[in-house]
Design a protein around this ligand. Structure first.
Ligand code: MEV
Length: 331
């Protein structure tokens, strides 16, 4: 039996723009995905993942070592397609065919924009590869996790898979060197609150929506995307200098630009403004949008912001930095 876990994340700045090569800032948080895996005597894969699916999922699986995931309706639910692809990728890359019973649990809402699909992908990759006696390091799991996201979503950046695998607060710049760097001084960013509602569209659909808008007015969209990248660059030095109020302002500007590229909903905007009215220094969508999550930076006003988010029908919790990325748990 092996057990691993990986954190969810919030994107402080730069979602969507990073898909076009601009930098972003993401923080691993203290809510985790856990994966337990045991070997089977045959080569089938059985997955139990009640937190990842709507009611009615029957853990499922497989004649002849192939992997099939289905809900009662026969629909493959989004999060489970990441599980399936994660196992397929390890099997394809390393030529293994070990059977496994995999159980997945989540401490956070799944598919809401907190990087849960990447956390699921890298944890399944790590757990399944350990069963096959492969010792992949966290960077290797991040890279495979990126390919899982790419193949399920059609387009993706390395942000979510890197953040969940490495942990901490990262500046991610796809155009430079190794692609990510730890940011110093993030402990000073106290008072992060996450608000969430159900998603209306998947990450893949939201990425496609931005692409269509860019195809129709590339000159305009490219400027917006570049500006979001500029915000991430500026925010990195502001975090390092402890300029918390100014960071709130940058979050508000970043949110305006996310609205401009069409990834907000009226509910998300209502949540963003409710958080500001309750005293947040800044608030914005976090993740792909189309429903899902917002974050607010609200030092000493966390309870007021949580109450304001609840008053507009959202769920909310305080988020804290986690320096632990993907890790093996004691069993
Ligand atoms: C999703 O958490 C963030 C996006 O930028 C997609 C990605 O970076 O892969 C929308």
């Amino acid at each position: 039996m092996v057990s691993v876990s990986a954190p969810g994340k919030i994107t402080l700045f730069g979602e969507h723009a990073i898909v076009y090569g601009e930098p972003a800032i993401a923080i691993a948080i203290n809510k985790r995905i856990r994966v337990h895996a045991t070997k089977r005597s045959d080569d089938a894969i059985r997955v139990e993942a009640k937190d990842l699916v709507l009611a009615g999922f029957k853990a499922l699986l497989t004649p002849n070592g192939s992997i099939t995931l289905e809900g009662e309706s026969g629909k493959i639910l989004a999060a489970l397609s990441y599980v399936k692809r994660a196992i397929e990728i390890v099997r394809e890359r390393y030529g293994i065919n070990v059977g496994a019973h995999i159980t997945i649990t989540s401490e956070m809402p799944v598919g809401a924009g907190l990087g849960t699909s990447a956390a699921v992908a890298v944890s399944v990759i790590k757990a399944y590869s350990l069963l096959a006696e492969l010792d992949l390091n966290n960077e290797e799991c991040a890279e495979l996790g990126y390919h899982v996201e790419l193949s399920v979503q059609g387009r993706a950046s390395r942000m979510d898979s890197t953040t969940t695998a490495i942990g901490g607060a990262l500046y991610i710049d796809p155009r430079k060197g190794k692609g990510y760097w730890a940011i110093k001084g993030v402990e000073r960013l106290k008072g992060l609150v996450v608000g969430y509602v159900n998603r209306e569209a998947s990450t893949g659909e939201m990425i496609e929506r931005v692409k269509k808008l860019r195809d129709s007015v590339p000159e305009v969209l490219d400027l917006v995307i570049k500006t979001i990248g500029e915000i991430s660059r500026k925010a990195k030095s502001m975090i390092e200098a402890g300029m918390v109020e100014e960071l709130g302002t940058l979050m508000n500007i970043n949110h305006g630009l996310l609205e401009a590229i069409g990834v907000s909903t009226s509910k998300l905007s209502q949540m963003v403004y409710a958080a500001r009215s309750a005293g947040a220094l800044g608030s914005k969508i976090t993740g792909a949008g189309g429903g899902g999550c917002i974050i607010a930076l609200a030092p000493r006003r966390e309870e007021e912001v949580i109450a304001a988010l609840k008053a507009v029908g959202a769920a909310a919790f305080k988020a804290e930095l986690s320096n632990d990325g993907l890790k093996i748990e004691e069993t």
